[in-house]
Design a binder for this molecule. Structure first.
Ligand code: ADP
Ligand code: MG
Length: 578
């Protein structure tokens, strides 16, 4: 339990430095301030009772350090806090509260009572505040800890009461808020009760994963992959779900900084970047990130409810968070074969029922092998998820037999995705495979291109390009990326120079990763077969095999699907067979 520190009124000098603001907007704001106080008091259990969406009553009971009679004298005074003394402390804020204005503002617009007792005291004390009229502390029986009851919020400010929404909406805000506290403080037990019914309950002493499971259920929790990273003065921990679990809203993308839920544009961008190649447009990932940084690395004193922060060094996020998310996503991708296993089971089941118990390997081989299956061979193909029959139509789509129906593949989109993954991997491993040209290819460039070629030389070499400068306006291309046909190599190089130009030539470590993604995207598009390219059967089959596209849903780097499935059930429905 925290040791109680005395409450003092802040000096005007400090008051002027803190960003004041309206903290009480709706019942959820009251809950937020009171729960933060309980957490700052070192509570291990916090109970939140609300009535009528919090409008009639918000009561918070905690087992924290409590307050003595002296503190209760000052508790409703403006700018009275035990958490901040001097201006310098503002640089080192480690508590959730520090402005000392919450209880004063809440007390001014409600009927508030506080009953509190420290562990050492023999008895507790109660104070009341009726819309600003304060009744001084009086002795009262109490358990150690604090109970704050806020009744009839906005009773004396009807204009503000009008802005309150329905009970459901207000309760929704409170529920979201308490859920976030539960995530940020898994070691604390929370209970939320509305009009006598328990809405949410988590036991104390949980770890993050168990807490996530208590809140979101086993299914989501099982799909979550841990994320972690550390740098001097900063630590990141968290969980994310791979692209198989997405949402139509951003509510399950939650960021916490030093125990505080924050909204942060930079973090949001870093997360979006990480998922860019694997999510469809309009879908949102599930990501819970918890960062702990040295309090001096951020300024939490920029927003009235502290929901936004200012990073003293935003590069920290790119260096710490972006690579950690990438790693976790790769892991999520590797975790896929588990699903493939289930998929294979389902396929086997579907095939068996389709064959109506005929069940012979021969039949299966006939249908899904190359059309010349022998007994036994088909089975082997099935268990290997075999080489399905495939046709190319209009030199653009591949139509394939799959065990539960037909798959139609967009050949360009799929190949682009395959190339993208390969190029990205090579880039991060050191470089893509280059091909020396027997005869160097001359390429005209502008003066500014020459500058970019020099600045971006390292990156461009990784991309498989080698050249020598040749006169003032041209270069001789000596090697080009092997994946790109020679005629297209100058175009690819120009695109890459375009990327470098857009970044002001910045190829530094910080956004090297993002740059790799852009580069891979540019190169993959050029390296992929096009719509209209004729593929022979071996090429088509190699593409399907390499991508594994028939076993798992892939999206192209632009977020479009690469494969459509038409199941037998769907076909039968369309043909009116059932
Ligand atoms: P702040 O949290 O910014 O200091 P508040 O107005 O929220 O300001 O609270 C004023 C002071 O009252 C706190 O600094 C703290 O000392 C005391 N206090 C409030 N709630 C509690 C609680 N639940 N347990 C112990 N002390 C509390
Ligand atoms: Mg507070």
């Amino acid at each position: 339990m925290e040791k109680s520190r005395a409450i003092r009124v802040l000096s005007p000098e400090v008051v002027n430095k803190i960003s004041a603001g309206e903290v009480v907007e709706r019942p959820a704001s009251v809950v937020k301030e009171l729960v933060e106080n309980a957490l700052d008091a070192g509570a291990g259990r916090i109970e939140i009772q609300v009535e009528e969406g919090g409008r009639r009553l918000v009561r918070i009971v905690d087992d924290g350090c409590g307050m003595g009679a002296g503190d209760l004298e000052l508790v409703f005074a403006a700018h009275a806090t035990s958490k901040l003394g001097a201006v310098e402390d503002l640089e080192q804020i480690a508590t959730l509260g520090f402005r000392g204005e919450a209880l004063a503002s809440i007390g001014a617009v409600s009927q508030a009572s506080i009953l509190s007792r420290t562990a050492q005291a023999e008895q507790g004390y109660a104070v009341h505040n009726r819309g600003g009229e304060i009744v001084p502390p009086r002795a009262a029986g109490a358990a150690p800890g604090t109970e704050v009851a806020i009744r009839n919020l906005f009773f004396n400010t009807p204009a503000r009461a009008k802005f309150l929404r329905t009970v459901r909406t207000e309760l929704g805000h409170i529920e979201d808020l308490v859920t976030r506290f539960c995530l940020a403080f898994p070691e604390v037990g929370f209970r939320l009760v509305h009009d006598g019914c328990e809405v949410l309950q988590t036991p104390p002493g949980e770890d993050r994963r168990t807490r996530l499971e208590s809140l979101y259920g086993r299914e989501l929790s099982a799909a979550l992959i841990p994320v972690s990273a550390a740098a001097p003065g900063a630590r990141l921990e968290g969980f994310l779900a791979g692209p198989a679990v997405t949402r139509s809203h951003a509510r399950d993308m939650l960021f916490f900084l030093n125990g505080r839920h924050i909204r942060d544009r930079i973090l949001l961008r870093v997360v979006r970047d990480a998922y860019r190649d694997v999510l469809h447009h309009g879908r949102y990932p599930v990501v819970f990130l918890f960062m702990d940084v040295d309090p001096s690395a951020v300024d939490v004193n920029v927003h009235p409810t502290k929901a936004e922060v200012r990073w003293r060094d935003p590069k920290l996020l790119h260096m710490l968070v972006a690579p950690a998310l990438r790693r976790a996503l790769v892991q999520a991708d590797l975790a896929q074969p588990v699903e493939t296993g289930e998929h294979a089971e389902r396929v086997r089941g579907a095939v068996e029922s389709y064959l109506g118990g005929a069940g012979a390997g021969y039949e299966y081989g006939r249908r899904y092998g190359q059309g010349h299956g022998h007994v036994g061979e088909g089975q082997a193909e099935l268990t290997q998820a075999g080489a399905p029959r495939v046709f190319q139509v209009h030199d653009s789509y591949l139509v394939c037999e799959v065990p539960d129906g037909i798959a139609i593949v967009d050949q360009h989109a799929l190949h682009e995705r395959v190339q993208y993954d390969r190029i990205l991997r090579k880039l991060t491993e050191g470089g893509v495979v280059a091909q020396r040209l027997l005869v160097a290819e001359e390429m005209e460039v502008s003066a500014s291109d020459l500058g970019l070629l020099e600045e971006g030389a390292d990156l461009l070499r990784r991309c498989g390009f080698e050249w020598s400068v040749f006169g003032e306006r041209s270069i001789a291309l000596e090697a080009t990326p092997a994946a790109v046909v020679r005629e297209q190599a100058p175009d690819v190089l120009r695109d890459l120079l375009g990327l470098l130009r857009a970044r002001g030539g910045n190829t530094g470590e910080i956004d090297g990763r993002t740059l790799f993604h852009e580069v891979a995207g540019t190169m993959a598009c050029k390296a992929a077969v096009r719509f209209g390219d004729r593929l022979n059967r071996e090429e088509a089959q190699a593409l399907l095999e390499e991508s594994g596209a028939l076993e798992r849903a892939f999206v192209c780097p632009h977020g479009r699907p690469t494969v459509l499935h038409l199941s037998f059930a769907e076909l039968e429905k369309r043909f009116g067979r059932r």
